[in-house]
Design a protein around this ligand. Structure first.
Ligand code: PMP
Ligand code: GLN
Length: 389
């Protein structure tokens, strides 16, 4: 039988490809973004307890009430947005599901969705499956800031949605309060829906505050604000995320969620609800925890020929490798995993048309031992023979 693919551009994600190569070459895996340390013991215990206590059947499709209430409370206390747990919070199978459901619920065939380039990989396929068009607007170097004029120029009567992501994957760029003002001015008098991917909300550094769209009432009124417990609690494999949105948007998102997954893994929802209630300090201490990792990793990399880019947020360090090899980032990443035993993620797959940069992404959500092992291999790059690439 001949199958005509609906997603001709899609292959295996660069994250899976690099993790596979890391295994093959027994490399230190600084590629795919996931912590190599465990979730808090209290959370793991709570998960075991939830299973033992019989939380094993379908939970409410929209999410366990106790967890939705904790999300509402957190949104209110951190970002000042009064949030109704019953009509504005939905628990999903990871942020990925929330993103897909938000797009599928509001974007129609023939619509345009603006995506800032480079972009995390799950946005564009979700848009294209709706037979809509992704319009990519490049972020501006240095710093990967929004180019407000280019963004304004990209908006037309076909624009249905704009996707923003702060802290940003892969670049680490963060939105400032002034950016939210600009965004509000730009979207005012339009019917554009904002999807704000905030999965790294608790990884904003150097004393800056995470500028959640939820802080801005005018923006919040037109936004899906999406986050992930996987990032915050070091449990990416549990795949529990959530979406906060006004009732009308939430109602539409839930129509898709209801038939996409119906509900998400119940024991993890109970465990996370307990964790949020008993230990809110966990997420409050996360910026300092990851800032220390960032600083440690940067200090270790100072002895390498790699040029470190600024990291205001997230858990990725971008480095410019042009002093090591003059080859494209895919070739460099393949060489690096093979010859230096370090897996990284090249930047070009995040772009529609990759610029001619020499950047790779290294994940620092790793134990000190892993960061040290990775850095010690990168230090030896200085002595690597030049003809191997
Ligand atoms: N958005 C961004 C920017 C991400 O980096 C990730 C995962 N790393 C996700 C969404 C998906 O999160 P989840 O694993 O909860 O589906
Ligand atoms: N978000 C993670 C990253 O950027 C990967 C998630 C995945 O493998 N799908 O590395």
């Amino acid at each position: 039988m001949q199958i005509e693919t609906k997603l001709p551009q899609v292959g295996t994600t660069i994250f899976s490809v690099m993790s596979q190569l890391a295994q093959e070459y027994d490399a230190v895996n600084l590629g795919q973004g996931f912590p190599d340390f465990e979730p808090p013991m209290a959370l793991r215990d709570a998960l075991s307890r939830a299973v033992a206590d019989g939380r094993n059947q379908y939970p409410p499709g929209i999410g366990v009430a106790a967890l939705r209430q904790q999300v509402a409370k957190k949104t209110e206390s951190l970002y000042g947005r009064a949030t109704d747990a019953d009509t504005e919070v939905t628990i999903t199978s990871g942020a990925t599901e929330a993103i897909f459901a938000a797009i599928a619920a509001t974007v129609r065939a023939g619509d345009d969705v603006i995506v800032l380039d480079p972009a995390y990989d799950c946005y564009v396929p979700a848009i294209e499956l709706q037979q809509a068009r992704a319009i990519r607007v490049p972020l501006q170097r240095p710093g990967f800031a929004i180019d407000w004029q280019r963004l304004a120029d990209a908006i037309t009567s076909r624009t249905r949605m704009l996707i923003v992501n702060s802290p940003h994957n892969p670049t680490g760029a963060v939105l400032a309060a002034a950016d939210l003002q600009q965004l509000a001015a730009l979207l005012r008098d339009t019917s554009i829906v904002l999807l704000s991917d905030e999965v790294y909300e608790h990884m904003v550094f150097d004393g800056a505050l995470h500028q959640s769209v939820a802080r801005h009432p005018e923006l919040a009124a037109r936004s899906f604000v999406i986050s992930s417990f996987g990032k915050t609690y070091h449990c990416t494999g549990w795949k529990i995320g959530y979406c906060v949105a006004p009732p009308a948007l939430t109602a539409e998102l839930r129509k898709v969620h209801q038939y996409l997954t119906f509900a998400s893994f119940a024991p993890a929802q109970w465990a996370l609800a307990q964790m949020l209630e008993a230990a809110p300090e966990h997420h409050l201490e996360l910026p300092a925890f990851y800032q220390a990792k960032r600083d440690r990793f940067r200090a270790l990399l100072a002895d390498t020929p790699l040029m470190l880019q600024a990291v205001p947020g997230g858990y990725f360090q971008l480095v410019d490798y042009s002093a090591v090899r003059d080859v494209d980032d895919i070739a460099f990443s393949q060489w690096l995993v093979r010859e230096a035993g370090v897996a990284a993620v090249p930047l070009s797959p995040f772009f529609e048309t990759p610029p001619d940069t020499r950047l790779i992404r290294l994940c620092f959500a790793k134990s000190d031992a892993t960061l040290e092992a990775g850095a010690s291999r990168l230090v030896s790059l200085d002595n690597a023979p030049r003809d191997q690439c």
